[in-house]
Every structure is written in structure tokens, then in C-alpha cells.
Design a protein around this ligand. Sequence first.
Ligand code: AMP
Length: 281
Amino acid sequence: MTLPLILRSVADLRQHVRAWKSAGQTVGVVPTMGALHDGHLSLARAARAECDRVITTIFVNPKQFNNPEDLKHYPRSEEADAALLATVPVDVIFAPQPEEVYPDGFATTVSVSGVSEPLEGRMRPGHFDGVATVVTKLFGMTMADRGYFGQKDWQQLQVVLRLVRDLNLPVHIVGCETIREDDGLAMSSRNLRLTAAGRAKAPVLYAAVTAAAADIRAGQSDRMAIREAAEAIRAAGFDRVEYIELRDAETLMPSDDPTRPRRMLAAAWLDGVRLIDNIPV
Ligand code: AMP
């Protein structure tokens, strides 16, 4: 099995992409932070099905970590990632060093107001500025026609959609469904940091929001359903429920209008690991 080409500099990447584009080929990009699992691979497979060339970027973006410990402990496994991406296969892995992405003198921040402010934005100050900045840079570096993002990070997907619209970036964004373990836990690189006992409790997050969404659809009040979900998550042994909210699916603002698409989003701590999930309501 041939491994994808690994490129580390923007200059090398550009050279490849220019050659592809002059041959009339379309380019898809799948931005990741590595430690890849089936969720990431589903994005790469979607890109493979729709684009002539596929680039997966692997960059643990320091600017989107508001917690230095989280950055320090973020899992890194480039060799295993390359082997997984070879199964898709992707054409190129772009894995730059931080100095390549943020050279001395770097001074620009892309900040999306509104949709990036509540929920994750409130709990993780600066996170979405880091995401919006690096995603804008990755689109510039890769000149991709299509960008693939997971619904697992629903708010991030809405931030990217807003950013691309607002800045007229010539890239089409594709939102891919959340890939889950058999017990319902959303796949995440952070799941690797759970203890065996924590891993056994973790599916309760998805089970509880799924039950709450069903109760709301059946006519129960939003507040009551959410309170019960939070209690179930705490009772299962989670350390803390950070939020469970029913929001407008696009703006992420509070919504009690059932005629608009709504999303239930949750964040909770287990074993010192922060887990997030979301589902349509
Ligand atoms: P990350 O490496 O965590 O920054 O994620 C890179 C991309 O993969 C993001 O667009 C995520 O939303 C997406 N992703 C992560 N986990 C999953 C999953 N379980 N299902 C679908 N997409 C995912």
C-alpha cells in the first residue's frame, strides 16, 4: 500500500495544487488535527467520492486551544494517520509545523461574531477565532474547491459556513454526519484519554440528549427534558455537565420555534476529559 505524499511547506503544497488545477482537476480538503479515527476517514471518503484530488491536513492548531494542558496532551500519531489515510486513499497529507503556519510577525485574526459566541465560544474563549483563522489559511494554502467538516462539531461547522459566506471564499463546504461507536458515543480523538471506567459511562451523553430530544418532540417542555438529561448524565458518573441547550441549528441562538430546524448541543466532563455531542431535534 503506498502512503500518501506528506508535504510540510506551503510552497510544496502550492506546486502540487497548481499542477492539478492546470489539468482541470477539482481539489477537496479535509482539515484535521490528526489522531485519526473513522469519523475523520468518513470525511476523507466523502471528499474522495466528490473530488479529483484530496488533501487531508494534519495540524494541531495552537491558536484554537484555550487550555494549554489540552494542547500538551492532545494525541499525535502521524504514522498511524498516514496508514489510515492510505486506505481511503488521499493524495496528499499536508502536515506543517507551527512556524510554517504562524511565522514571526503573524498578526491577523479572523473572528466570526454571533454564531461563534455562545456555547463552545463562551466556554472556550478564543477557540473559534483560532479555528476561523486556521481554516481561512488552510483554504488559502490548499486553494481547495470543497472543504469537508463533521457535524460532530456542529457549531464549528456553522462558524465555517458563515465565514465562507461572509468573506466570499471560493470553496463549497460539505457537512458530514457524526460517526459513532456501536454504543452511540461520538468518535473523538479525546475518547482515547478516557479510563476504561470512563469509556463505559461515556455513551450516556448521547443517550441522554437523544431521550430529551424525543421527549421534546413528544410535547414535553424543553426545560424539563433538558433538566432530566443533565440529571441522567450526572447520575451516570460524569464530573460536570457544562451545558445542554436547544438552539436554532444555524444561528445557535436560543430557539423555541419548532418550525425552524433546531439542534440540541451538549458538553460535559468525564475523567477530566471534555466531551461534546449534538443532535437534531
Ligand atoms: P478534529 O481533528 O477533531 O479537529 O476534527 C477534524 C474534522 O473531523 C472536523 O471537521 C470534525 O468535525 C470531524 N470529526 C471529528 N469527529 C467526527 C465524528 N465522530 N464524525 C464525523 N466527523 C468528525
